[in-house]
Write a protein that binds this ligand. Sequence first.
Ligand code: AMP
Ligand code: ZN
Length: 447
Amino acid sequence: MRSIKLYDTYEGKLREFVPLEEGKVDIYYCGPTVYNYVHLGNFRPTVTFDLLTRFLRECGYKVRCVSNYTDIDDKIIKQAKVEGKSEKELSEFYIQAYEDCLNKLNILPLFAHPKASEYIDKMASFIKDLEDKGAAYQGGDDIYFRVNSDEKYGALSKQNIDDLISGARIDINTKKENPLDFALWKLTDDDGIKFDTVIGRGRPGWHTECVVMVNSVFNKPLIDIHGGGFDLKFPHHENEIAQSEAYHHTQLANYWMHVGFLLTNGVKMSKSLGNSTLAKDVLERHSGNGVRLFFLSTHYRAPVNYTEENLIAADKLSQRYLNSFKKAYYRLSLENIALEGLITEDYEEFMNALASDLNVSNAMTVLDREVKEINSLSIKKDADFTRLSSLLFTFSKLSTILGLDFHVEELSNEDKAMVKAYNEARENKDYAKSDELRPLLMEKGIL
Ligand code: AMP
Ligand code: ZN
């Protein structure tokens, strides 16, 4: 297998990727809390882990990529009241809206898309076991995780537990033993969504939801890669690890990957800050390829600024690629030449760039170079069709690994007849006819 390096935030360095089981990779990344339309930033992890999945599959791994829906959360209860819906109706509506965006962005189907609400009994028995192990306790109306039970607490976010305690907000209303302890379960009989379970009536906390979904969907305590946006490193992922360590005596994932923020005017795009641009609106204005290229143009760990200009530029680039591909494809199609012949040097250069912690910018230089050559060959009278065919074949393969969709409709018989008539008109110096046909052929992307 190809040597792959990924940046592991737990170790704080680039590491050679070695799967737990030969030839297989299990990935989980945290998905959205579905209480309203998600903003564009929520799709940055989605696009990144979709790229990682495509790349690892191309390397020959069998990849199971999973992302969850957080459909049990106080924000959902609040919003359901505002919209006059049940929590279920509300979350299902926004899940559908999210999935429409997934389709537009050409995200591969996931191995599973678990919803927190489907794992409640498992969460309750997990929490009960944590209590039995001495890692959880009831304080007032909440069941808390005892952070002191995990001596490595803070390792992911590189924070010292004493510093964390001195910086923690002291909430006089809670019955915590330690300000860092976090809620696993809220015992409640309020009018929000709640469940009767072995630990009583109530609902789970977000940190427990994810760790239980990871364990349940993969049916094992340790997976290869766990990820999400940088904001999840602390406390969410730290708390997931702490529960896993207490419950299974193992880390939850072998590699932790965190994606940089999408910013608006230099500030993290966030629902709570009110500076969000909804993904669904962006995908109305721009193509899925354009939005994907916008994300891919910056390394996944670096921040990226959202501007309409950047999106328009990415859209234009994707249109330029598509036009070049289309024109050359039709040229070959009229000669009845199929696409074949991988250009190995280009493929290796591209794959090696991605193997270096998903260095898409370097990988894109291969595509750029190929498009330039495709353009210059396409307009040549005596083009080298074998070279053009292998360029298109390779370009198509590489762009698919990036998740770009440059699908071209086949030429119809009428189109072919029009091209024939155009060529004949030119040969016969019938310029009136060729001038009449040219714009029609250009509009179809054939010329
Ligand atoms: P949330 O619904 O806020 O829990 O977020 C769902 C996913 O989107 C998580 O992986 C977050 O880390 C990620 N996320 C939220 N805001 C941003 C942002 N501005 N840039 C990148 N990722 C984000
Ligand atoms: Zn999570």
